[in-house]
Write a protein of this length. Structure first.
Length: 256
C-alpha cells in the first residue's frame, strides 16, 4: 500500500501490502490479528510474498488464508508441519511457513512438530500460544498454566490431576535440527517490535538454509479466558510472561 502523506507530515504506520484489507472474524482484543500483521510485514520486507506457501491450522486462525496475502494450504488437526514438509520436498524454491495455535501444535499435532524439528526441516514455524483452546470454547490445552480456569478445568489446572504445562518451544530447542527458537509476545508495542525481529530472523534462517526455526508468540484470548481485552493483556504481562518468558531460546546459526 502506498500512502501519500500531506506535505510536512510523514507516514508512521500503514497497512502492510500483504495484509488483506478485510475485517477479521477475531474477537475484539485477540492477539492473532497482531501476529498476522507482523507476518505480513516481515514477508513483505523480505520480498517473499510471491514465493511463500503458508500452512494454516485448525483453531481460530483457520482463516489466516483470508487475511495474509500469500498462497496457503489448510492442514487440519496439527498436521501443518507434515504438510509443510511435503511442500518443502516438492517445491524447494518455496518459502514455507506454518501457523498454529497451542491446541493445534502442542496437543493434536505434537508428533508432527517434534519430528519436523527433529529432522531440521527448512521451515519457519509460528506458534501462537494463548494457553487455551479458543475456537472450541475455552478448554484446557497442554500449555494451560497451573491454577488457570478453563471450561474443562473449572476449578483451575492441578498438576496432580491434569499434569503440568508443557513448554513446547524449550523442548524443541534441545534438538540439534532446530537452528533458531524464540518466544515473543503481543503484550505491548516494544514486545511486538521484538516479536517482529524474532519472526524476521526465523525467516532469514530458512533463507540461509540453516534448519528449522520456530517463533512462539504468547498471546491473549479474552473470550476463552473470560476477561475483558484489557484484563487479558494485564494477565499476559503479569502471569503468562512470568511462566513463558520471552526471548531467544536457542540460536545455533553461529555454529557454522
Ligand atoms: C480430532 C479433533 N479434535 C478436536 C477438534 C476441535 N478443535 C478445533 S480447533 C481446536 C483447538 C484449537 O485451539 P488452538 O490451537 O489453541 O487455537 P486457538 O483457537 O486458541 O487459536 C479443537 C480442539 C477437531 N477439529 N478435531
Ligand atoms: S476465541 Fe480467543 S483466540 Fe479465538 S478469536 Fe476469540 S479471542 Fe481470539
Amino acid at each position: 500500500m502506498t500512502t501519500v502523506a500531506p506535505a510536512g507530515s510523514r507516514v508512521i504506520f500503514e497497512r502492510p501490502e500483504l495484509l488483506i484489507d478485510r475485517s477479521t472474524h477475531y474477537c475484539p482484543g485477540c492477539g492473532h490479528g497482531v501476529v498476522h500483521r507482523l507476518i505480513a510485514e516481515v514477508l513483505g520486507e523480505l520480498g517473499l510474498g510471491s514465493r511463500t506457501i503458508a500452512v494454516a491450522p485448525v483453531g481460530c486462525a483457520v482463516f489466516a488464508y483470508d487475511y495474509i496475502g500469500v498462497d496457503f494450504v489448510e492442514a487440519p488437526h496439527g498436521r501443518a508441519p507434515a504438510v509443510a514438509t511435503g511442500i518443502r520436498r516438492v517445491r524447494p524454491d518455496a518459502f514455507v511457513l506454518t501457523y498454529q495455535g497451542d491446541g493445534d501444535l502442542a496437543a493434536i499435532g505434537t508428533a508432527e512438530i517434534v519430528h519436523a524439528a527433529g529432522r531440521g526441516e527448512l521451515l519457519t514455524a509460528v506458534f501462537v500460544n494463548n494457553g487455551i483452546y479458543g475456537m472450541t470454547g475455552g478448554q484446557m490445552a497442554p500449555t494451560t498454566l497451573l491454577g488457570q480456569r478453563s471450561t474443562s478445568s473449572p476449578g483451575g489446572r492441578e498438576a496432580a490431576f491434569h499434569g503440568y504445562p508443557i513448554p513446547m518451544t524449550e523442548m524443541l530447542a534441545i534438538m540439534p535440527g532446530v537452528a533458531y527458537a524464540a518466544r515473543g509476545s503481543v503484550v505491548d508495542a516494544p514486545a511486538i517490535g521484538r516479536t517482529k525481529q524474532y519472526l524476521r530472523r526465523a525467516c532469514e534462517v530458512q533463507l540461509e538454509g540453516r534448519g528449522f526455526a520456530i517463533v512462539e508468540v504468547i498471546s491473549n484470548c479474552p473470550v476463552g479466558w473470560g476477561m475483558t481485552p484489557t484484563e487479558s493483556i494485564e494477565r499476559l504481562r503479569d502471569v503468562v510472561a512470568k511462566q513463558y518468558r520471552p526471548g531467544v531460546i536457542v540460536d545455533r546459526t553461529g555454529e557454522g
